[in-house]
Design a protein around this ligand. Structure first.
Ligand SMILES: Cc1cc2nc3c(=O)[nH]c(=O)nc-3n(C[C@H](O)[C@H](O)[C@H](O)COP(=O)(O)O)c2cc1C
Ligand code: SF4
Length: 442
């Protein structure tokens, strides 16, 4: 059984853990001081060795992303921290901002001049971050000469977003940050070339940045080895969340690679002693998995071959293992769905969300998400037919890969997953002209 660890979450539970006094007592800001004495390239080497796969969902290696930044002769460079945390079923970043904001701020200082983009309804997160920034300014840790150590102007700002899911997408976030409509931009150019206010920019998730100080102090390679999946380049430890039909929802820090079954057990099991019907691995954009699915990696040369033939629920959850399992690791906050739940209703609930949140720039996404939502609603209420059910695959396939941003795929793939894996349930709704579960999502 995998055991919880205390690195990122080291200060959780300590009285007034969000204050500078507590953070410094627990060796806080040593990494930022160390970073100021290092060459930027050396810091990037440590991040690469740490194998931190982006904690915001896409799993892109953080060190490699940092290496894309090139100094501009006239423009400043920005780090933008993505604290939008709008993915349904995701609830980990706010724990860092509320319980240990200085860990994030120290990561920002290792990164560079930073904006933290927080969604408006995270009131406590915003307050704790601003309070922490004021503490730093009062002590001279930020500003023209951080810690009084070096002329290297550093500032950190908190910017509030109005709470649209699409503003978590990095280029929509940059538009919103600049006061424009929160719509994704066409890439290229990528943010490392043209980002916030036309300047070179790195966009990283809260947890990714909060891991930077740990990796620097521990040494990148040592940090990476904390993981069960270190040898496949998925390093360190990270926050896992469990929500949905479990006895006790939680956020827990673990070495990368717990299995779904281990996470469910840590959350006290499926609620009311029921069996699990499905698990959404990392936010609603990740296709659902079922307990009888088997992991396929027949290639004996692959380092993941050792999991071949195992139940997917027993395989360590990592960026690559979840991709091979036909889904995504996403944000590592799993949603557990118990037996007795109507999967048509669950799918409809999510389809409604995606229809509402599409920014509308691309026709396949704007029209397709609404179309799927209407079909699911008809089926759920006993007015659908099989012809329309079959259309869902076509509509979803026409969204995938045909849009400006990843929202389209993130909306279509889970819908395909629900229909493929629970097709009998959809058909039964059509045949009986009613919901066999009385629409239960409890
Ligand atoms: C629709 C959509 C919503 C997203 N929401 C978030 C979010 O709330 N937080 C986040 O960190 N990344 C989010 N992302 C991913 C970001 O675009 C980006 O990949 C991420 O912030 C990069 O940070 P990382 O490499 O540290 O993970 C979202 C992506 C899409 C397509
Ligand atoms: S895929 Fe959807 S959310 Fe993304 S830009 Fe196109 S319409 Fe907007």
């Amino acid at each position: 059984m995998i055991e919880p660890v205390k690195h990122i979450s080291k200060n959780y539970g300590i009285d007034r853990s969000w204050t500078l006094e507590v953070y410094e007592r627990t060796r806080g800001y040593q990494a930022a001081r160390k970073a100021l004495s290092m060459e930027p390239a050396k810091i990037i080497d440590e991040m690469k060795a740490a194998n931190i796969r982006g904690r915001g969902g896409a799993g892109f290696p953080m060190g490699i992303k940092w290496s894309f930044m090139r100094p501009h002769p006239t423009k400043p460079a920005y780090l933008v921290v993505n604290a939008d945390e709008g993915e349904p079923g995701t609830h980990k970043d706010r724990t860092i901002m509320e319980l240990d904001p200085h860990r994030l701020l120290e990561g920002c200082m290792i990164g560079m001049y930073a904006y933290i983009y927080v969604r408006d309804e995270l009131h406590l997160s915003k307050k704790r971050l601003w309070d922490a920034i004021h503490e730093l300014r009062a002590k001279g840790y930020l500003g023209k000469r951080p810690f009084g150590l070096k002329d290297y102007p550093l500032e950190i700002h908190v910017q509030t977003g109005a709470g649209a899911y699409i503003c978590g997408e990095e280029t929509a976030l940059l538009n919103s940050l600049e006061g424009r409509r929160g719509e994704p931009r066409l890439k290229p150019p990528f943010p490392a070339q043209v980002g916030a206010f036309g300047c070179p920019t790195t966009v990283n998730n809260v947890e990714s940045i909060a891991s930077a100080g740990l990796a620097l102090m521990m040494g990148g390679a040592e940090f990476s080895k904390l993981s069960r999946l270190h040898e496949v380049g998925d390093g360190g430890c990270r926050l896992y969340g469990v929500n949905g039909h479990v006895e006790k929802g939680l956020v827990v820090e673990l070495p990368c690679g717990p299995s779904i079954n281990e996470l469910i057990a840590m959350a006290g099991g499926v609620s009311k002693g029921r069996k699990v019907k499905g698990v959404i691995p990392g936010g609603s954009s990740c296709p659902v998995l079922t307990p009888d699915e088997v992991f396929h990696m027949p290639d004996e040369k692959s380092p993941l071959h050792k999991y071949h033939g195992m139940k997917v629920f027993d395989v360590p959850m990592g960026v690559d293992t979840m991709r091979i399992a036909g889904t995504m690791l996403g944000t590592c906050c799993i949603t557990v769905i118990a037996e007795g739940t109507c999967m048509v209703r669950a799918a409809h609930n999510l389809a409604r969300f995606y229809k509402h949140e599409s920014c509308g720039q691309c026709t396949p996404c704007r029209e397709g998400t609404g179309w799927i939502e209407r079909i699911f609603e008809k089926i759920e209420t006993g007015h659908g037919d099989l012809g329309e059910l079959n259309e869902v695959s076509d509509i979803a396939s026409n969204i995938i890969g045909n849009t400006i941003c990843a929202f389209g795929d993130g909306a279509a793939l889970p819908m395909l997953g629900f229909v493929r894996k629970f097709r009998k349930e959809f058909e039964q709704h059509v045949k009986d002209k009613r919901c066999p579960f009385n629409g239960s999502i409890l």
